[in-house]
Design a protein around this ligand. Structure first.
Ligand code: GUN
Ligand code: FE
Length: 420
């Protein structure tokens, strides 16, 4: 890859509180697709590199979507009056079952991949369905987008209707191993082990997946503590476990490559366990509101030093646009403050931006800021429709948080490669 210089007004987070603002600066991408630095004046040693000037555009790190469901893409806007378990049985399982059909999968996943390619997202952790072939089709389509994605064939061998449930742990594991073999050819799109959640996986299946994760160094995604009814169900299914999180931990599924969606109802012991294992939380505020799950205490988790990013979680969530996830995280946090959690301050815009960029990016490695050695994942935003004149970059940042959406993203780079 050829090194290059990208000029524009850079904004990124060094930490939850610390925003870096560099008007009309020069970002340098090296031959490995990594950031070599962002400079107010271009250093002499880079003077001969090709330069692209984005004029007045804002340049921010690509956002990492830590949790979403490609097989629920068609259902956005449906089932919003149901709670989780009704919603799974009544809407989601029947829809996911349709992905057994390759032509159907290709058509829906094609539209999902096309939308994900636009907008702020540069990296994502994605659930497909329980079908091996359909999951491979999704990976093939995502591979072509240039985005860096982790995609999971869903595992579920209990507490689900026959038409979507895997026969037993042994066949689910064999099918998963075959899927891993058949998708090893992809570069941008890698597999992630995906036990749906504890209620839909037998202990044998969880243990088998934990072993596979350990043997092959694979990442893991699942759901944790999303609704009180689900937590009670897990308590019933696993009476000897100390907690919901402890069930995953006993199967060796909690580690620094694990991302757990929701985590609304974590006990102190579960928080400590997640921290001890360096596991990630995918906060999905749109889904949590739509499915009436609750409000995750993200401020508390941030202050405890837990690893956190944001997820769109369609179709519980109603938008695949990560810019909406940022706004929804802010709204949810303010409402939680008003509802009586005043001893934690609510999130501020810079912290929500941190979650979408450096917070979630850390799940993918050195991703989510323009620091030397970090992947050059950059999104250019045209804010000319609502900003301009003598506004400071800080004012433009705040307006971008509340006004920008996918359509305002005019250029995108992933690991130094330009997508558009
Ligand atoms: N828990 C188990 N499966 C799902 C799912 O598809 N979406 C959400 N939001 N929660 C789940
Ligand atoms: Fe989900």
């Amino acid at each position: 890859m050829e090194s290059f210089v990208l000029r524009g007004s850079y904004i990124w987070s060094e930490s939850p509180r610390e925003l870096v603002l560099k008007p009309r600066a020069y970002g340098v991408c090296d031959e490995n697709g990594c950031c070599a630095g962002v400079f107010d004046a271009l250093p002499e040693r880079y003077a001969a590199l090709p330069l692209r000037d984005l004029g007045e555009a804002l340049i921010v790190p690509g956002y990492s979507d830590l949790h979403t469901h490609a097989a629920q893409y068609r259902d956005i806007g449906l089932g919003m009056d149901m709670t989780l378990i009704e919603w799974l049985d009544g809407l989601t399982y029947p829809e996911e079952a349709r992905f057994a059909e390759a032509d159907f999968a290709r058509e829906v996943y094609g539209r999902f991949a096309a939308e994900l390619r636009t907008g702020f997202t540069t990296r994502a952790a994605i659930f497909a369905s329980a079908h091996r072939e359909g999951t491979e089709i999704l990976m093939e389509l995502l591979e072509q987008t240039g985005l860096h994605t982790l995609v999971g064939k869903v595992n579920m061998d209990r507490s689900a209707p026959d038409y979507i449930r895997e026969r037993d742990a042994a066949s689910a594991l064999a099918d998963t191993e075959r899927w891993l073999r058949e998708t090893a050819r992809f570069q941008n799109t890698k597999p992630i082990l995906t036990p749906r959640f504890v209620p839909s996986c037998t202990p044998e299946l969880l243990t088998g997946l934990g072993r596979l994760a350990e043997q092959r160094g694979l990442p893991v995604q699942s759901h944790l503590d999303e609704t009180p009814e689900e937590v009670a169900w897990v308590r019933e299914l696993c009476p000897d476990s100390e907690s919901y999180a402890a069930v995953y931990d006993a199967a060796e599924l909690l580690g620094p490559q694990t991302v757990m969606a929701h985590c609304i109802y974590m006990t102190d012991a579960e928080c400590a366990l997640m921290k001890e294992r360096s596991a990630f939380i995918a906060h999905c505020p749109s889904s949590n509101a739509n499915v009436r799950s609750g409000i995750a205490p993200i401020r508390k988790y941030l202050d405890m030093g837990l690893n956190i990013g944001l997820g769109t979680d369609i179709s519980g969530g109603s938008s695949l646009d990560m810019a909406d996830a940022v706004r929804d995280a802010l709204s949810a946090s303010r409402l939680l403050w008003r509802l009586g959690e005043e001893h934690w301050p609510h999130l501020h815009a810079r912290e929500a931006f941190y979650l979408a960029t450096a917070g979630g990016g850390a799940y993918f490695g050195k991703v989510g800021k323009f620091a030397p050695g970090y992947a050059f994942d950059a999104v250019a935003v045209d804010d000319g429709a609502w900003s301009g004149g003598d506004e400071t970059l800080e004012v433009r940042f705040h307006k971008m948080i509340y006004r920008a959406r996918s359509a305002n993203v005019v250029s995108k780079y992933v690991n130094g490669r330009r997508l558009f």
